[in-house]
Ligand binder design. Structure first.
Ligand SMILES: Cc1cc2nc3c(=O)[nH]c(=O)nc-3n(C[C@H](O)[C@H](O)[C@H](O)COP(=O)(O)OP(=O)(O)OC[C@H]3O[C@@H](n4cnc5c(N)ncnc54)[C@H](O)[C@@H]3O)c2cc1C
Length: 537
């Protein structure tokens, strides 16, 4: 391991020629702390500088460790890339994953539980969209068929979408596969439990990533030739009415966002009758409604739901090129993007567009949609028939606490007089997560000082290989994938399929630069057999 301490003259080898890198033992927080000189200073000076040299880092009293490839995030976007790199021959001691989470799906699992996607429920991706298997074969349906000893799931894939609904894997299946693959590729040995604070170009080539270990020990700098960002959504998105209500009334019990912990809502409604206003038209709204009506039936309480759609679809919607079925307020689409946006003609069209055209095209494909599942439709029809559910086209204009522990809402809804008021026990806002990159301190800094820029859709401006434009180095490259790279040449970037496809393109570029091997036919076939036999790559 090469380190630089407070001695500015310390002998620091360039990252690309370093032979000793961070070892798992050196990654132990205690080892990092021991390597840290007393009296860290000069961080403010470093923060202001767009490019750091080895000497500047050493003079600031920060220890530097070599790690040729660093990915920041540690979610499924990072996992898909590291998986690909390992298959392409990159050794574990050349890769570091900077992440506060140990398992790649921790954050996603939390968000799923909160938004009522239970572990055995169907997800919204297809059988072959696997982050744990770069070939996508065998798909989840085949795994399910073997587990159940029944050809049912396979027959369903053959019949979808005309004669059967799409096969969707469950979180259990997806996360089980990720656990197996993580063990196979040595994921744990690459994870550095830390948060990245700053990412800077290195004067001598490559990048510095300043990281703060999660145990509170002193920050260290990772010196790498290649870096990747997969930091996901910066946070939960709050619509202005919800923020205003919370700030003005300091009330967090009755008005909740579906991505926050809000189990108390369901617990209360199991014990007594109540009314709920649900807002949103995506898959999360579908899940929340399912939970409310499942509980209503199971616990026998008179729970009524008013569902507000900002745009109410009563028939097929959208331009003729990708027209979606619609009805009862919902826009229906099996996946968050049409399948052709991943690898078909819609993807090809993106390549011929400029940034503004891409933003408009992706925006048009990316409307709030939900899957048309018979179970949900039957449930809502039954609830409508007994007067427990009504769907309105409308918006919440204002909210205030009512004296009896309820919420007063002023709404503009088509079917109600202007400025009508409603009263509800709970308001569940299913608007979603914020994709605003400046909400992430790391990305905000990268945009302000690191040379990166935004595309017209608000994602990082990336090239065809997910290379961050404005963040290039003569020797080295910065990449980004996942939702932070939306608006580029691939539309479904925030999906299992998108992570693997981005990883393929990044690895192609890294192979060209000599960091890993190419995935030719021979390597692909032998690697697939190793995957099948659960042998290390
Ligand atoms: C509820 C829900 C359901 C979904 N269902 C599906 C589905 O069915 N099919 C599908 O294909 N896709 C689905 N998606 C989309 C996609 O698969 C997820 O959004 C996925 O988890 C995103 O992975 P990620 O790695 O980009 O981000 P995350 O999983 O959010 O991981 C990013 C990680 O980066 C960390 N991080 C952030 N900043 C820093 C920093 N400065 N330093 C270090 N670490 C940092 C975060 O703490 C987080 O742990 C779903 C998404 C959600 C929210």
């Amino acid at each position: 391991m090469t380190t630089t301490g407070d001695d500015p003259q310390a002998d620091v080898r360039p990252a690309q020629s370093a032979t000793a890198h961070l070892t798992p033992a050196a990654l132990a927080p205690a080892a990092l702390t021991a390597a840290m000189p007393a009296g860290v200073g000069g961080l403010a000076g470093l923060r202001a500088a767009p490019v750091w040299s080895d000497q500047m880092v050493a003079a600031a009293g920060i220890t530097a460790h070599d790690a040729p490839f660093v990915t920041v995030g540690g979610g499924l976007a990072s996992f898909a890339l590291v998986n690909f790199l390992r298959v392409c021959g990159a050794p574990t001691d050349e890769i570091r994953v900077v992440s506060p989470q140990r398992r790649p799906y921790e954050n996603l699992h939390d968000l799923m539980r909160r938004s009522q996607i239970l572990d055995q429920e169907p997800l919204r991706s297809e059988s072959m969209a696997r982050v744990d298997n770069i070939w996508g074969f065998p798909g989840y349906a085949m795994g399910d068929a073997v587990r159940r000893r029944s050809p049912g799931p396979m027959l369903r894939v053959l019949a979808e979408p005309l004669a059967a609904e799409y096969f969707n894997p469950s979180p259990d299946q997806v996360f089980g596969g990720v656990d197996r693959e993580a063990a196979r590729i040595g994921w744990d040995s690459m994870v550095l439990p830390a948060r990245a604070q700053l990412l800077r170009r290195r004067e001598e080539g490559g990048y510095f990533c300043l990281v703060c270990p999660v145990d509170g020990s002193a920050p260290v700098a990772l010196r790498s030739q290649y870096a990747h960002l997969g930091t996901g959504y910066p946070g939960v998105r709050y619509v202005p009415e919800v923020s205003r209500y919370r700030i003005e009334h300091r009330e967090y019990f009755n008005v909740v966002n579906a991505y926050e912990p809000h189990e108390h809502v369901y617990q209360v409604l199991r014990r007594r009758p109540g009314s709920v206003v649900v807002r949103g038209a995506g898959i999360t709204a579908s899940r929340v409604l399912q939970r409310l009506f499942d509980d209503r039936r199971a616990f026998g309480q008179d729970v009524t739901v008013t569902h507000l759609f900002r745009t109410y679809a009563d028939r097929a919607q959208g331009p003729s090129t990708f027209r979606r079925p619609g009805g009862d307020g919902w826009n229906y689409q099996p996946f968050s993007f049409p399948k052709a946006a991943g690898s078909g003609q819609l993807r090809r069209r993106l390549f011929s567009m400029n940034a503004e055209q891409r933003a408009a095209f992706i925006g048009a494909m990316d409307a709030a949609t939900t899957a048309k599942r018979r179970m949900w439709q039957r449930q809502l029809t039954r609830a409508r028939e007994v007067g427990a559910y009504r769907a309105l086209k409308g918006e919440i204009r204002a909210m205030s606490p009512a004296p009896d522990g309820k919420v007063d809402l002023t709404v503009d809804a088509d079917a109600l007089p202007a400025g009508a008021t409603l009263q509800a026990d709970f308001v569940i806002d299913c608007t979603g997560l914020t994709p605003t990159l400046r909400d992430s301190p790391l990305l905000a800094d990268l945009l302000e000082t690191g040379g990166a820029r935004l595309n017209p859709l608000g994602g990082l401006d990336v090239g065809a290989h997910f290379d961050v434009r404005g963040g290039q180095q003569e020797s080295g490259q910065l990449y980004a994938s996942g939702v932070i790279a939306r608006g580029g040449y691939l539309a479904p970037v925030d999906s299992f399929w998108g992570f693997t496809h981005a990883a393929l393109l990044i690895c192609d570029d890294l192979a060209r630069r000599g960091f890993c091997g190419r995935l030719g036919l021979a390597r692909s076939v032998t690697s697939w057999f190793k995957w099948l036999m659960n042998e290390a790559p």
